[in-house]
Design a protein around this ligand. Structure first.
Ligand SMILES: Cc1cc2nc3c(=O)[nH]c(=O)nc-3n(C[C@H](O)[C@H](O)[C@H](O)COP(=O)(O)O)c2cc1C
Length: 188
């Protein structure tokens, strides 16, 4: 199997973020052929096209981080039935300046967790719509809506429920296969 590097974006800045825990768990469960590293988004100013002629360091670092990975994984909460503003801001930064969209032909996948029963499903649909516009080949299936229960994922990123652990491991394996298919169809 080929190796592909995944950059993951966590759509929460909260210190106790359950989505950050999920991201950590995914790094542990991913196949060895899918090494993962975080693409940080917390230091970005609010985007304006006034920056387009002279991107600040944080904006350039974001675009460089995405350019240096084979695929991106969004691990995000749902806020008010959409995605958090901090994540939308990062996507806007990465998608610009016009003609330099970092997501073009960059495979992606979406996952998230919430204490609610529908586990970020509505927010993920919004994100899918955004990524479609950004021309990212997006893994449609399998979908992953994780209802977070206290203790489901430890601070070390261990998933304590076997069925969830198996599901997440399979999700990452499916993502590897999806990236390989995109890579075969659209070589870099
Ligand atoms: C501004 C705000 C809006 C929220 N909206 C939703 C929502 O639409 N659906 C949902 O399931 N949970 C919602 N929640 C609850 C979050 O799922 C919960 O705070 C979760 O811990 C956020 O993920 P995080 O810990 O990774 O930041 C909301 C929380 C906040 C702070």
């Amino acid at each position: 199997m080929s190796t592909f590097t995944v950059g993951y974006l966590v759509g929460s800045l909260a210190r106790a973020s359950i989505n950050r825990k999920l991201a950590l768990a995914l790094t542990r469960l991913a196949p060895v052929e899918l090494p993962m590293r975080e693409v940080p988004i917390g230091d970005l100013p609010l985007y304006s096209y006034d920056y387009d002629k002279n991107y600040p360091l944080a904006g350039r670092a974001l675009k460089e981080a995405i350019a240096n990975v084979d695929a991106v994984l969004f691990v995000t909460p749902e806020y008010n039935r959409s995605i958090p503003g901090v994540l939308k801001n990062a996507i806007d930064w990465a998608s610009r300046p016009y003609g330099h969209n970092s997501f073009t032909r960059k495979p992606s996948a979406v996952i998230g967790t919430s204490p609610g029963k529908i586990g970020t499903a509505v927010g993920q649909q919004h994100l899918r719509s955004i990524l479609s516009f950004c021309n990212s080949p997006l893994m449609n299936a399998i979908e992953a809506y994780i209802q977070f229960e206290p203790g489901l994922i430890t601070d070390e990123g261990e998933v304590t429920v076997k069925s969830t652990r198996d599901f997440l491991r399979n999700f990452m394996s499916e993502f590897h296969d999806f990236i390989a298919r995109v890579d075969a169809a659209v070589p870099k």
